[in-house]
Structure formats: structure tokens, C-alpha cells
Design a protein around this ligand. Structure first.
Ligand code: ADP
Length: 344
């Protein structure tokens, strides 16, 4: 039985290490020897964290948070990217499964680079076109009747493409950036005051009633520009997708140790089958309508990425014909110490 079990485990395409409850090795297959550099039978009864001497792996084991896999380069070959996944079974027994994800990572990188390069390359010709169109006096062109219309459409479409390229670049930048240092005490109330002013311009034609309810002392740590972009995208969407004269509530409030941001509207709402997919790139509920509003289909993908980097998640509640609410939470910072003002 044991031999058959071992033969079966040898046939698997992944490296397998069977571990005791004290992290010592009971058995490993040949791929574990190739990918991780374990030796069999010499390493029997050795502790796995003595053999994989990487601080991240040691923390992974100590913290026992095995719901997420760990990605590390191989101890025997720097160029290989391995995915370590620890499974718990029986009475505190563990099975370590290691997969070679080098190709997957490479493809992911090629995709990211491609999008970043294309967006970057498109930017210059687009700026030139837009520049000429803006200075062109459509009224004084021959056949002004035809050209006026063409000029308006060309200008509109270059603006749309420009917005698309900008958003693709933003998304690439967020994806490419390594772990950045969080900035402390980000003055979100001041940021929201600016966004409130900006939203009034956008709201000129739509005539919604927009109310902002902001805790003036609520600050957080994070990446300033990214958070600004997340707030702005959610507010802009509510304005864009709610039919004229709607009601929109934006709030930034403390709940226990959390800062909660939320935007609710009483617009058309979104059917449940779309809600799950909204944060995918270029996903739109109504292609034609979204295009008409100048949407790029990238706004919520950006929000999702920004929140991932802040260890948070976008919550979407929506009911068709009633409205939608988009919200997320961040750890609230305790108040920055205010400087005492000395009385004269
Ligand atoms: P876009 O740039 O097209 O607005 P987003 O990623 O920001 O792209 O949004 C994706 C889609 O989600 C939109 O096309 C729209 O159909 C839907 N959506 C987003 N916000 C709302 C909202 N507040 N109410 C109704 N639909 C919304």
C-alpha cells in the first residue's frame, strides 16, 4: 500500500513533502528534490524550515496562515519561481505542495509590460493629434458645415482615447509598483473636500442632490494618489450612471477602529449576475450606455487594485431599479497629535 501510494505521489506534477506535526520531513517525492533541493533519504526527520532557509518561508510556517500560497524563488535555482502551498490534515499533520510557476509569472510580466508599453507609445501621437484639433478653427475651414461636425467628433474621440490611455497607464503603474511605503496621516477629509468641488462641475448637467458626510478627524495610512483615484472613481460613477436628478450620498465615517468610505445612489442599480464581474477590465453592464457616458471600463478595475494594495476589498450592494452602494474600509489611524497653540 505504501509503495503504491508513493508511486502515485511520484507521478504528480508537483513537488510533495509530507511533514510531521513538528515540521520534520516524513517523506518527499523526486520533484521536491529537484525543485527545492531536498535530499532523500538523508533529509528524513530534518525540520523543513532548517532546509528552506528563507525568512519569508519561516514566517509562513510560524504564522500558520495557509489560506494564501507563498511565492519564492527556488533555493537551487534563482530563476525558478515556486509557489508553496501548505495543507493541514489529520492531527496537525502537513503536506507541502510546491509548484513551478515560472512560466506563468513570465507570461503575466509580458502582459503587464505589453500594456504599459503600448499605452506609453500611444500617448505621444495622441497628444499631437489632440493639440492640433484643439487649435484648429472649425468655423473657418472650407465646407464648414461638414467639418464642424467632423471636428467635434474627432475631438471627442481623441479625448476618449486619451482617458483610456491614462487609465491603462494608471493601472499598469499600480500593478508594476513594488510594495511601497505607506504614508501616514493622509488627510482624507481635505481630499474629499476637493473631490466634492470637482463633483459639482461633473454634476452640472445631471442635477443630482449630492451630500457629503465626512468625519473631519478621520485620517488613514496608505498611498495618497491611489486612494484619491479610488474615491474619485466611485463618486464619478455614481454621478455618471444615476439618471438625472438622483440622490447620491458620500460618506467617510469611523466605525470602531475602521474608516468606512461609501458612495450610495438611487440610480438604476445593477443585476446580480453583473455585480460579480464589475471589477474586471473593460466590463460594462450596458456597453452602449457606458460608451456614451465616456466610460473606459477600467475605473472599477483600478479601484480593486488600489484596495488590494491596501489590504481591503470593494463591497458592492445593488438592487435593480433601487440603486447601488459601493464601499470599503481601511484601518482608522488614531488622531495625529495636534500641536498645542500657545496663548500669548
Ligand atoms: P466605466 O469607465 O465604464 O465607468 P467602471 O469600471 O468604472 O467603468 O464601471 C464598470 C461598469 O459598472 C460601468 O460601465 C457601469 O455599467 C457599472 N457601474 C459602475 N458604477 C455604477 C453605479 N453607481 N450605478 C450603476 N452602474 C454602475
Amino acid at each position: 500500500m505504501i509503495r503504491r501510494f508513493r508511486d502515485g505521489a511520484e507521478a504528480l506534477p508537483d513537488a510533495i513533502v509530507v511533514l510531521n506535526n513538528d515540521w520534520t520531513i516524513i517523506w518527499c517525492n523526486k520533484l521536491a528534490q529537484q525543485l527545492v533541493g531536498l535530499r532523500w533519504p538523508q533529509d528524513e526527520r530534518q525540520r523543513i524550515d532548517n532546509l528552506i532557509r528563507n525568512p519569508e518561508f519561516q514566517t509562513y510556517i510560524q504564522q500558520k496562515q495557509f489560506d494564501q500560497p507563498l511565492e519564492l524563488s527556488s533555493p537551487v535555482n534563482e530563476d525558478l519561481v515556486l509557489e508553496y502551498r501548505m495543507l493541514q490534515y489529520g492531527e496537525d499533520q502537513h503536506l507541502l505542495i510546491v509548484r513551478d510557476i515560472t512560466q506563468l509569472k513570465l507570461l503575466e510580466q509580458v502582459r503587464k509590460d505589453f500594456v504599459a508599453n503600448v499605452s506609453h507609445e500611444l500617448r505621444t501621437p495622441l497628444t499631437v493629434l489632440q493639440g492640433y484639433l484643439e487649435v484648429m478653427d472649425a468655423d473657418n475651414l472650407p465646407n464648414a458645415g461638414i467639418w464642424q461636425k467632423a471636428h467635434t467628433v474627432m475631438l471627442e474621440q481623441t479625448k476618449r482615447m486619451d482617458a483610456l490611455v491614462q487609465q491603462l497607464l494608471t493601472l499598469s503603474r499600480i500593478e508594476a509598483a513594488a510594495k511601497v511605503q505607506f504614508e501616514e496621516h493622509i488627510d482624507v477629509p481635505a481630499m474629499l473636500a476637493m473631490l466634492e468641488q470637482e463633483s459639482q462641475t461633473l454634476n452640472r448637467d445631471k442635477q443630482h442632490q449630492i451630500s457629503f458626510s465626512v468625519d473631519p478627524d478621520l485620517v488613514v495610512s496608505g498611498i495618497r494618489e491611489e486612494l484619491r483615484s479610488a474615491f474619485s472613481n466611485l463618486i464619478t460613477n455614481a454621478i455618471k450612471y444615476t439618471p438625472n436628478g438622483g440622490q447620491i450620498q458620500v460618506s467617510w465615517l469611523r466605525q470602531h477602529q475602521k474608516a468606512i468610505f461609501s458612495v450610495s445612489d438611487n440610480g438604476e442599480g445593477i443585476a446580480p449576475q453583473h455585480v460579480k464581474r464589475l471589477t474586471e477590465r473593460f466590463y460594462r453592464v450596458d456597453q452602449a450606455r457606458a460608451r456614451a457616458t465616456g466610460g473606459t471600463g477600467l475605473g472599477l478595475a483600478i479601484v480593486k487594485h488600489v484596495l488590494q494594495r491596501h489590504n481591503s476589498k470593494l463591497m458592492i450592494f445593488s438592487e435593480p431599479k433601487k440603486g447601488s452602494s459601493f464601499s470599503f474600509s481601511l484601518p482608522a489611524e488614531s488622531q495625529p497629535k495636534r500641536k498645542a497653540i500657545q496663548a500669548r
